[in-house]
Design a protein around this ligand. Sequence first.
Ligand code: 3HC
Length: 286
Amino acid sequence: MRLTIIGSGAMGSQIAMVSALSGHDVVLYDLDPDAPARAVTSLRHRLDRQVDKGRRSREDVDAAFARLGVVSDLESAVADADLVIEAVVERVSVKRDLFARIGRVCPQHTVLASNSSSIVPSKLADASGRPDRFCNIHFFNPALVMKGVEVVRGQETSDATMTTAVEYVEGLGKQPIVLEKEIFGFVANRVLNAVRDEAISLHEGGYASVEAIDAACRTALGYPMGPFELMDLTGIDIGYHSKTERYAETGDPADRPSRSVTELVEAGHLGRKTGRGWYTYETAGD
Ligand code: 3HC
């Protein structure tokens, strides 16, 4: 299959890489023309380490990079795509503008998907002009590693589109988690966000430190990471933007981003990618 990934951040670049490693021809596009090259360099380092550890063969990795191209013009990037996956900032208006442009130029048969972590397909699908060929394919961070991928049916998504999406996910060796009915935040993030919000509330209430709450989740509950470590991994801005948009829509105080998260985002401390979030890191990056 020919895939186009829009957005070369941590999610977009790793989705591109897992797809290329599974034999798909992949085009990576980003609004920032320098971003895909930086992403490919970072992927090279990561995959080189996997070769060194004997996890993958050098031939497979080289073949995958040969299938991964970078195109700097959106219209050319989607011109031959069978499947387009968008992984840009969590803003409905940005995504709708993008899908309107893509829907006008990509082939008739092309399936469009958003990797949004919370925005339901029906908020975006009509902008693309092809709501039947639109769904959400939601990967988890780090996408090279995490097995589960949510496939979300929008109100007008066709059965054929769902089949394409599920078969694509299975072809990556991942586990499709199918939502037949859309809901804000889908399944995994709704559960995760409940834990995250409780952790933030305990911290803001002065009951325990960030370190202690993370340690409780790791050592008492068996989580691979604590909620603060995880926010630093996924990007504190992702949850912030999602909540900001949700709050604007619902007006429900429970949907308002918390004080401490807002302070971190306003200070530019977005997690590992900026070198500082809830914790401080020696180097910035994923
Ligand atoms: N990117 C890519 N690969 C990574 C990575 C990253 N940022 N961090 C670690 N890895 C890889 C390593 O290369 C290693 O690969 P290998 O087994 O082939 O050598 C493997 O993951 C294990 O890494 P480590 O041994 O260094 O570390 P851990 O055993 O602690 O695993 C982890 C790291 C996989 C991130 C693990 O801590 C974990 O599962 N954490 C929870 C992640 C999670 O919950 N993700 C979902 C977040 S929610 C989300 O993404 C929704 C979104 O919409 C915001």
